[in-house]
Structures are given as C-alpha cells and as structure tokens.
Design a protein around this ligand. Structure first.
Ligand SMILES: [Zn+2]
Length: 153
C-alpha cells in the first residue's frame, strides 16, 4: 500500500478503500441474516434490519456500489402482450375482410416494437453508465478522520 495517500479534505493519511469497508460491512450482514433465517423463515429482510445497524453497517450502506440496472420483466411482458394483441387484432380484421381495422392492429404492433426498442436502448445507456459508476466506485476512498469520501487514483 502506498504510504502517501492522503485525504484531500483534511490531509489525514487514515483513509481506506470504500470497497474493502463495504465488503467488511456486507459480510457481517450476511452472518446476521443466516442466524435469523433459522427462526425467521420468510421474514429474513426484517430480521436483518432490526438486528444489525451498527456504524459499520451504516458505513457499508453509504459506501455501497452502484446498483446494476436490471431489465424490467413485467414491463417487457406487458409490451409483448400489446404486440400479441395487435397481431391477433390484425389477423381477425384481415380474416373478416376489414382492411382499415387491420391498420389499428398494425399500429398496436408498431407501438409495441417501438416501446421494446426504447426500453432496450435506455437499459443499454443505464448499463454503460453503471460501468462508469462502478469503475469510479473502485477508486472511492473513505477518510476515517473526517468521514469524507473522495476519489483517489
Ligand atoms: Zn479526511
């Protein structure tokens, strides 16, 4: 470890990597929740919230990494339902000889495909941002003296 790392705010050299502090706090949470899991059954989350909560856990929360953006399955399924509705409406209209009505179905489908495309694009952007945030988090340091966090190369 480099000896010349100092807090940019107060000049203290008692700084630690946020990642290590976070992982130390996380492992203590896991130990607690496994103990609770024996008696608590499904209410593990509640057990964790009540039994932990020392300064380490709070610090761990403060220094937690960015959350990875997830694809919203419910939203995607909803949009797929819209597309399927559009397809069946279009087929029904075409079978019934109602060409104009089939355009509504095609409209539904187009909106559905457009929504999926924009959902995927925004997820892609969020994931790219997450990569940046995560890399930054790897450079985050915590000062034991003033409690300030800073990015150190
Ligand atoms: Zn400091």
């Amino acid at each position: 470890m480099k000896g010349n790392l100092k807090c940019p705010r107060c000049g203290s050299d008692g700084i630690q990597k946020a990642r290590l502090l976070y992982e130390a706090g996380t492992s203590s949470i896991k130990m607690t929740s496994s103990g609770i899991g024996v008696t608590g059954g499904g209410s593990v989350g509640v057990g964790v919230a009540t039994t932990t909560g020392g300064t380490q856990t709070e610090l761990s929360q403060k220094l937690s990494p960015p959350t990875k953006p997830q694809r919203s399955t419910g939203l995607i399924l909803g949009v797929f339902a819209l597309i399927i509705l559009g397809i069946s409406y279009t087929i029904g209209a075409l079978v019934g000889g109602k060409i104009v009505h089939s355009l509504f179905g095609i409209g539904f489908m187009s909106v559905g495909f457009f929504l999926i495309k924009s959902l995927e694009e925004s997820l892609k952007k969020a994931r790219a941002q997450y990569q940046v945030d995560y890399a930054n988090w790897g450079r985050l340091w915590f000062c034991n003296r003033c409690g300030d966090t800073s990015y150190v190369e």
